[in-house]
Design a protein. Structure first.
Length: 84
């Protein structure tokens, strides 16, 4: 093969591989986005359980006082349970 032909084949093959890789990553990103969008939202009680566990951990680590955690949990409960 001539030098120009080899260079053309190399360039077009590299370009095709790049396009294929970009397409594959785009498809993977779209699949991930669809799985997030179509997954059911956590119900209010599950969300409150998570909030309670997180705040209990924060109290253990002395990041907040028990009173602060209780007040914050009350405020969040009003918002989260009010949405349900």
């Amino acid at each position: 093969m001539h030098h120009k032909a080899v260079r053309y084949v190399t360039r077009t093959t590299a370009a095709a591989a790049s396009t294929l890789a970009t397409t594959a990553s785009s498809v993977a990103a779209a699949a991930l986005a669809a799985s997030i969008i179509l997954s059911p939202a956590a119900d209010a009680s599950a969300r409150m359980d998570g909030v309670h566990a997180d705040l209990a951990r924060a109290v253990q680590l002395n990041q907040v006082t028990a009173e602060q955690a209780a007040r914050f949990e009350e405020r969040l409960a009003g918002r989260i349970l009010g949405e349900a």
